[in-house]
Design a protein around this ligand. Structure first.
Ligand SMILES: *[C@@H]1O[C@H](CO)[C@@H](O)[C@H](O)[C@H]1NC(C)=O
Ligand SMILES: *[C@@H]1O[C@H](CO)[C@@H](O)[C@H](O)[C@H]1NC(C)=O
Ligand SMILES: *[C@@H]1O[C@H](CO)[C@@H](O)[C@H](O)[C@H]1NC(C)=O
Ligand SMILES: *[C@@H]1O[C@H](CO)[C@@H](O)[C@H](O)[C@H]1NC(C)=O
Ligand SMILES: *[C@@H]1O[C@H](CO)[C@@H](O)[C@H](O)[C@H]1NC(C)=O
Ligand SMILES: *[C@@H]1O[C@H](CO)[C@@H](O)[C@H](O)[C@H]1NC(C)=O
Length: 430
């Protein structure tokens, strides 16, 4: 059901759109503006400083490894929790560079935009109970050959795909075979030698959402329908063998939430007449519906669905538009992380929904699991572009949301490969 304008007006009375949401807007047909608009969503998050203001270089145990130890690491424990660990020193260079990766996007190419420090590349994620193998593009392509993998979400899902394309291009160059007409929000790449297909399916809320228009101008506030899936991705499900699904950053703004025609409340509105909602309430509803849609999909195969958990931002000394930056050059230790921040609320509701969906999915041959990156990425304030993204769009604004390529975001694909490997070996056993 499309909201009638009467309904929109009605809920608008109950959560007034904050004026500052109109302050900055980029043209909506260009990709960089998507990421610029995304920065807007951090207005609120930035207020709550998620990092300790006084930072001391972690005196945690720094381990150095020689190159020959890095070759064929295999997790010694198949059940080991990949989400708990720390970043340790690593001498090896990243698998790709801004020369070798032809698909590396302009605004994640931090070195092109003047980033000088390189130390942030020399850390690897070490789970407490095992080793995480170095990304091996050949192993990855062998597991996924003949299959189709869809990445569903916002510009951070795209960041994940961009990292994967760069890593895999060391083995086979991806070919772009489809680009939707909405400014590159839907793109398909194919690896002909492995007949592997990657799709990126843009959906910043996963559910049906309409931008609120007040007096003829867009407001950057959205009306979310927790009972109505965003068909733009859901209709593609029958084509997928793997769905990597994520969302989060667009919920950090004044959004209106309703379900079944009933108005539930507003995110971040202090209007006394409206129920105040925090982003995790909406995120929980959205993931519940998204995973249910996958479970209920009649035409879908035995899909593996992985929820990539919330990816934290790291603005310090101010909000994104108030001079906030992220110019650290090394990781934090687990002891330095604030585990009470909003990113943990988001991640926790995501885990709960995956667990429920997994129980329901077992009978239907659907498997649900997580790529739980929230902890690892909380420790990487040094991994964002900061001011090194795009001089035209940046205009002195720091991007502390997305991640440099190469950089710590490549670890998401090491976790993805290890997760695929575990599920593939379970399939062999069954
Ligand atoms: C790659 O990064 C270097 C700096 O490390 C920069 O000088 C160069 O222009 C970049 N090349 C490309 C193709 O982005
Ligand atoms: C490639 O994979 C698709 C499924 O993704 C399949 O339909 C097709 O037959 C495969 N083509 C070849 C040449 O194996
Ligand atoms: C819409 O425009 C009218 C007339 O210009 C004005 O009176 C009203 O306050 C505006 N409403 C909002 C919500 O800005
Ligand atoms: C809240 O609702 C009451 C009664 O409808 C109304 O008088 C009041 O102006 C509203 N307050 C706000 C802040 O909208
Ligand atoms: C699902 O399968 C049915 C019958 O095979 C077909 O009619 C329908 O179009 C399919 N739906 C989608 C979304 O592919
Ligand atoms: C990092 O940014 C802060 C402002 O947030 C600034 O005071 C500081 O000088 C910067 N450090 C470096 C090394 O650029």
């Amino acid at each position: 059901m499309k909201p009638t304008s009467k309904f929109s007006e009605h809920i608008h009375e109950h959560c007034r759109v904050k004026e500052y949401l109109n302050l900055v807007k980029g043209p909506s047909f260009l990709i960089p503006s998507l990421c610029f608009t995304l920065l807007l969503s951090f207005y609120f998050l930035c207020g709550s400083n998620t990092l300790k203001s006084t930072f001391e270089r972690g005196d945690y145990h720094v381990q150095r490894e020689s190159l020959d130890q890095l070759g064929n690491r295999r997790p010694d424990n198949e059940k080991c929790d990949l989400s708990k660990g720390r970043w340790i020193r690593d001498v090896k260079e990243p698998l790709y560079t801004n020369f070798s990766c032809k698909t590396l996007p302009h605004h994640k190419n931090c070195f092109l935009h003047g980033r000088m420090d390189r130390d942030f590349l020399h850390w690897r994620w070490k789970p407490d109970q095992c080793e995480l193998p170095v990304f091996n593009p050949r192993s990855f392509l062998n597991i996924v050959k003949g299959k189709t993998m869809g990445f569903i979400g916002d510009s951070l899902a795209r960041n994940h795909v961009d990292s994967l394309l760069c890593l895999l291009s060391e083995e086979e160059t991806p070919q772009e075979v489809y680009r939707g007409d909405e400014g590159g929000k839907t793109i398909t790449w194919h690896f002909p030698h492995h007949n592997f297909t990657i799709m990126v399916l843009w959906s910043q809320f996963l559910v049906s959402a309409s931008e609120m228009v007040v007096n003829g101008s867009a407001t950057d506030s959205f009306h979310l329908h927790l009972d109505k899936i965003d068909e733009s991705w859901a209709q593609k499900l029958p084509a997928l063998d793997y769905a990597i699904i994520s969302a989060g950053h667009w919920f950090f703004r004044t959004n209106y939430v309703s379900e079944g025609g009933r108005f539930l409340g507003c995110i971040y509105s202090h209007d006394p007449n409206a129920t105040y909602l925090t982003p995790d309430i909406a995120i929980q509803g959205v993931f519940r519906l998204a995973l249910k849609s996958i479970n209920d999909c009649n035409n879908c195969s035995r899909m593996l669905t992985l929820v990539r958990t919330f990816s934290p931002a790291h603005f310090e000394n101010g909000a994104w538009n108030m001079g906030g930056t992220c110019n650290r050059t090394s990781p934090l230790a687990p002891e330095e992380i604030n585990y009470n921040g909003v990113e943990w609320d988001n991640r926790n509701v995501q885990l709960a929904e995956v667990e429920n969906a997994h129980k329901l999915g077992e009978k239907r041959g659907r498997t649900f699991d997580v790529l739980d990156v929230t902890g690892a990425m909380s420790m990487r304030p040094d991994g964002h572009p900061d001011v090194h993204w795009d001089p035209f769009w940046a205009k002195g604004t720091s991007d502390c949301i997305h991640w440099c390529l190469p950089g710590p975001v490549d670890t998401w694909n090491e976790i993805l490969l290890e997760t695929l490997r575990r599920h593939a070996s379970e399939d062999v056993k069954n």
